[in-house]
Write a protein that binds this ligand. Structure first.
Ligand code: BES
Ligand code: ZN
Ligand code: ZN
Length: 505
């Protein structure tokens, strides 16, 4: 699908459909909607007068033009109350509009920019939101389905009459396209079944990203992983027939010795629980236990495509977690790369084990700040549901920045507590730590566990267990993998490059 800007009067657009909009409570539409209404002999005003259209958020009115305009259809999309309009609403209305038109079988769609100039929203960011909404909303994972009644949108054209606004529009569309395509890449990696998306394949996909952008790429196998002293990572990997991979991608957009962001993503390509095996019901969703890894691969891709002046290293420990004769047992003690020993009480708490070594490795590469993204705990799903990602960390300023970067992306994040006292729950009788802290505050004790491997490096841990998969289609988030985290990380890298916050590194 193509999305582009064209300098043209909307009334002359010759595709299949036009999208215009209406704020709630407006009785006499102005601007582009007004012009379309006049061309349609007042059909929109009539619908408003009849109460068929009120401008409520996501409300839709599909009109036939009967030759009064070059397009066959006009879609009026409700924007809700003007004072409540946000960039994220721009994303979701654009997605809703295009999904409706896709169902209607249109191929070429022209649209105006929703809400630009409203409530201080600037044109570039508004159109970026539209591009994101359209591309994210039209995403579908259809690879394994035979093509049925092939309905695809071929192009979306942002129509603008004023020459002076074209440059900002093109820039906004360009940024939105990069962010949405990266998010959709993450979705593709996560939606892929685990028999296909093995650690080896995940590494290959990461290498393809690296090769296409000239990023450094290093992929380590079992011997190297063991050689680095990554006993916690290896303990999880040892039970699987599929060999693990430690995937490292480097983007050097900043100064040689400049600040350096580390993105670490959990890459469990299938989590059966291991010997502490999970109940079978719903276990298929555990193909998505590499969503954090997918997010960091996609994020570094977008950061490189945008040419953000910052250094980023993405690290993904990738392995399956399966039971077998070689699998680790409850009670085993493993030693992480930083020398700390861990008693493995429950082999299903494997994410924190592989991340322990990946975090040590990030530090050994000299990163100045770390964000990890992981489908880490069911407890986080209990705490925050599927609306917000949980944020944990050791540096309040950095946590605030990550939350803000998420807010801008339309990815909601909530800061969680990290009191020292929670450490009591992960004390072991036989090792430095144990890998589970009981039912109470499970998402927090998991984060406290990880804190042992970042030491004093400013760090934020994002638990995306609840937000990485959507149970139903909504706005620009289709059912299945959401690609959560990608746009948050990219926004963070952009803010980091601008030096938008104080503190070392
Ligand atoms: N991958 C799961 C967490 C998860 C749960 C992700 C639901 C997505 C949706 C993780 O490896 C896990 O199994 N965690 C255990 C930890 C427990 C054994 C301490 C959990 O949350 O039950
Ligand atoms: Zn698990
Ligand atoms: Zn897991």
């Amino acid at each position: 699908m193509e999305i582009r800007v064209e300098r043209r009067d909307i009334l002359t657009y010759e595709g299949d459909a036009l999208v215009v909009n209406l704020f709630e409570g407006v009785e006499k539409p102005g601007g582009a909607t007004g012009a379309v209404d006049r061309a349609l002999d007042g059909a929109i005003q009539k619908a408003i007068a009849n109460g068929e259209l009120r401008g409520k958020l996501h409300e839709k009115l599909l009109l036939h033009t009967f030759g009064k305009l070059p397009t066959r259809l006009v879609l009026v999309i409700g924007l809700g109350k003007q004072e409540q309009f946000t960039l994220d609403r721009g994303r979701s209305v654009s997605a809703e509009a295009l999904k409706t038109l896709k169902k209607a079988g249109t191929k070429k769609v022209g649209t105006i920019v929703h809400g630009a100039g409203i409530g201080g929203l600037d044109l570039k960011r508004s159109v970026q939101a539209i591009a994101e909404g359209v591309l994210l909303g039209l995403y579908a994972f259809t690879k394994y389905k035979k093509e049925e009644n092939h309905k695809e949108i071929q192009e979306v054209v942002i129509l603008e009459r004023e020459t002076g606004r074209i440059k900002a529009l093109e820039e906004g569309v360009g940024t939105g396209r990069i962010l949405a395509q990266a998010t959709n890449l993450a979705r593709d990696l996560v939606n892929e079944p685990a028999n296909v998306m093995t650690p080896i394949v995940m590494a290959e996909r990461a290498r393809e990203v690296a090769d296409s952008l000239g990023l450094e790429c290093q992929i380590l196998g079992p011997e190297e992983i063991r050689g680095l002293g990554m006993g916690a990572f290896w303990g999880v990997a040892q039970g699987s027939q599929q060999p693990p991979r430690l995937i490292v991608l480097r983007y050097k957009g900043g100064k040689e010795d400049g600040p350096h962001l580390g993105f670490v993503g959990k890459g469990i390509t299938f989590d059966s629980g291991g010997i502490s095996i999970k109940p079978s019901e719903g276990m298929e969703a555990m193909k998505g236990d590499m969503a954090g890894g997918a997010a960091v691969i996609a994020a570094i891709k977008a950061v490189a495509e945008l040419g953000v002046p910052v250094n980023v290293t993405a690290i993904i420990p990738a392995t399956e977690n399966l039971p077998s004769g070689t699998a680790q047992r409850p009670g085993d003690v493993v030693r992480a790369m930083n020398g700390k020993t861990i008693e493995v009480i429950n082999t299903d708490a494997e994410g924190r084990l592989i991340l322990a070594d990946a975090l040590c490795y990030a530090r050994s590469l000299g990163v100045s700040r770390i964000v990890d993204v992981a489908t880490l705990t069911g407890a986080c799903v209990v705490a925050l549901g599927s609306i917000r990602t949980g944020a944990f960390g050791n540096d309040q300023g950095f946590i605030d920045q990550v939350v803000k970067a998420g807010e801008e992306a339309g990815e909601k994040i909530w800061p969680m507590p990290m009191d020292e006292e929670y450490n009591e729950q992960i004390k072991s009788d036989v090792a430095d730590l144990k890998n589970v802290g009981g039912r109470k505050g499970g998402a927090i004790t998991a984060a406290r566990f990880l804190a042992n491997f970042v030491e004093d490096t400013p760090w934020v841990h994002l638990d995306i267990a609840g937000t990485s998969m959507a149970e139903s289609d909504k706005g620009y988030t289709p059912k299945g993998a959401t690609g959560v985290g990608v746009r948050t990380l990219v926004n963070l890298a952009v803010a980091f490059a601008k030096g938008e916050w104080k503190g070392k590194g």
